[in-house]
Design a binder for this molecule. Structure first.
Ligand SMILES: CC(C)(COP(=O)(O)OP(=O)(O)OC[C@H]1O[C@@H](n2cnc3c(N)ncnc32)[C@H](O)[C@@H]1OP(=O)(O)O)[C@@H](O)C(=O)NCCC(=O)NCCS
Length: 159
């Protein structure tokens, strides 16, 4: 709920492995929650926020962002619980596969996902800043066909 916004941002700011960025302002999170009702979660103990996660889907894949548990609550199953709740909500929404992006240097976060049944996919994550300059991606030079044809057959990650 949006009433949890300040506490969640305060938590995200304290943990390594989560970065507050575009899309995380109050207005943007409000729009995200409205678009993905009932999917994101917070965990509290005695009025203190122990953990938080953003969860949504685009109609095809589920996406999880910013899963974080405050240090003093770690290794007590809070992260696992938040994750299980999100997965169950996505499943109820008819979504069959979910994705999370983990920073390449976040070995702790990576281990958490692996230990909880998530699989590595052999894919590169790319991003494009839509709020920046106006040149469109279509201006990028097209790959030469000859280079494409001589390259080994690419694999297809499950994304
Ligand atoms: C990753 C994180 C959310 C885990 O939260 P947590 O509440 O401590 O995790 P849980 O107690 O639910 O752990 C569930 C299982 O995950 C695995 N796990 C959790 N933390 C782990 C760690 N530091 N190293 C290895 N495995 C870990 C274990 O298998 C654990 O089960 P066990 O305690 O019975 O061995 C928490 O460490 C965190 O906030 N990290 C910083 C933010 C981050 O990196 N988020 C992921 C962004 S992609």
């Amino acid at each position: 709920m949006l009433t949890d916004y300040d506490c969640a941002v305060a938590l995200w700011k304290t943990v390594a492995g989560v970065e507050i960025c575009e899309g995380d302002s109050r207005e943007e999170i409000e729009a995200y929650l409205r678009r993905n009702p009932g999917l994101s979660r917070v965990a509290e103990e005695n009025g203190v926020m122990a953990g938080a996660v953003l969860c949504g889907h685009d109609g095809r894949r589920g996406w999880l962002y910013h899963l974080a548990v405050a240090r003093q609550f770690r290794r007590r199953g809070v992260g696992r619980l938040l994750l299980a709740d999100c997965v169950s909500a996505l499943r109820s929404a008819g979504i069959r596969r979910a994705i999370v992006l983990v920073g390449g240097d976040n070995s702790l976060g990576h281990e958490f996902w692996l230990q909880n049944g998530w699989e590595n996919i052999d894919a590169l994550a790319l991003t494009f800043n839509l709020s920046g300059r106006t040149e469109s991606a279509s201006r990028l030079p097209l790959q030469e066909r000859s280079r494409e044809s001589s390259a080994p057959e690419p694999s297809s990650p499950k994304v």
